[in-house]
Design a protein around this ligand. Structure first.
Ligand SMILES: [Zn+2]
Ligand SMILES: [Zn+2]
Length: 320
């Protein structure tokens, strides 16, 4: 614990220093074909965090940064759900494909429908380095691309998947943003889920606090990097929640109880309403369609809808 805290302090110190120093030069990326000014999207997934332990906690004590720093800048979807299988690979797979993914949770099965990585790379003729999947759970390799014969491995994500702490995942994420400058990223922090399964409440909520800090640092990084500032939308969500107290409590997950299905979702970015809350029911499938619309790619097999309510209304009609 103390070591993790020290590490976090070091990260913050290093981050502060890097903001004051020379920007890191862009890598020589000859294969880059997507214009740098195109919109970018970063989806942060907090693996296995309950809504009631995050935005749904009236004290918001464990999500101080997301609640007090990020939420006022963006839109909170307060009735956002996983209504499919409340497990890790199905949850991540559904966000990426817009189809409820009833795939194995051990990493042995890929989605049948294309992922956002594949839609993006095919439509934009983008190189692998332009889409990134980074996580502390190697089994997420199964959602880096689908079995769809029109897409598949040739359009899959660059993966950075190791058994890693959330701090290491954050380091890997920032490093990739600096060197590859990907247009679409899914970064999944694994340790909240792992601490939950271990069953020690204090460790679980402490890890939420760590990821809360990392989410703020990620957003701040995006604002400091000219490749991302002003053109990047960030979503923070989860793959699934955990059982509520009436269904076994926080240690495990996987059924259709409110604790497992109700998950956080917040959006921030140049066209996202600030200080807004959306109470309409939306689901993980809708994230795929919404992200696709921001990136400018058609997500033809997604069964979700675009979450129009999070966007600044387009001005219509003549006026002064
Ligand atoms: Zn999970
Ligand atoms: Zn449950």
């Amino acid at each position: 614990m103390a070591r993790s805290l020290r590490h976090l302090v070091l990260i913050i110190a290093a981050f502060t220093l890097s903001c004051d120093s020379q920007p890191i030069p862009p890598s020589s990326k000859s294969a880059q074909t997507v214009a740098t000014q195109e919109p970018r999207v970063v989806v942060l997934v907090i693996d296995g965090i309950r809504y009631q332990d995050s935005f749904g906690d009236p004290s918001h004590v464990h999500v101080d940064g997301m609640w007090n720093v990020l939420r006022p800048q963006g839109t909170l979807c307060s009735n956002f759900r996983n209504l499919g299988w409340t497990l890790t690979n199905p949850g991540h797979g559904t966000i990426l494909t817009g189809v409820w993914q009833l795939i194995a949770n051990d990493g042995s099965q890929r989605p049948a429908e294309p992922t956002l990585f594949e839609y993006y790379r095919q439509e934009k003729s983008a190189p692998a380095a332009d889409v990134l999947l980074v996580s502390g759970k190697p089994k997420l390799d199964a959602v880096a691309y689908s079995l769809d014969p029109s897409y598949g491995a040739a359009f899959g994500a660059t993966v950075d998947l190791e058994n890693a702490s959330d701090l290491e995942t954050y380091d890997a994420l920032i490093s990739r943003l600096q060197t590859d400058q990907p247009h679409f990223v899914m970064a999944s922090f694994s340790q909240v889920d792992q601490k939950g399964h271990a069953g020690v409440w204090g460790d679980y909520v402490r890890q939420i606090e760590v990821v809360d800090s990392l989410a703020v640092l990620t957003w701040n990084y995006l604002q400091s990097d000219p490749q991302y500032a002003g053109r990047t939308t960030m979503f923070i969500t989860a793959d699934h929640g955990r059982h509520d107290d009436a269904h076994g409590g926080f240690q495990n997950h996987g059924d259709t109880c409110d604790g497992c299905t109700h998950i956080p979702c917040i959006a921030l970015g140049p066209n996202i309403r600030a200080g807004h809350e959306v109470t309409t029911l939306y689901t993980q499938r809708d994230l795929c369609t919404t992200v696709g619309s921001i990136l400018g790619v058609a997500t033809t097999e997604s069964q979700g809808v675009r979450i129009n309510e999070i966007f600044v209304p387009v001005q219509t009609g003549v006026g002064d």
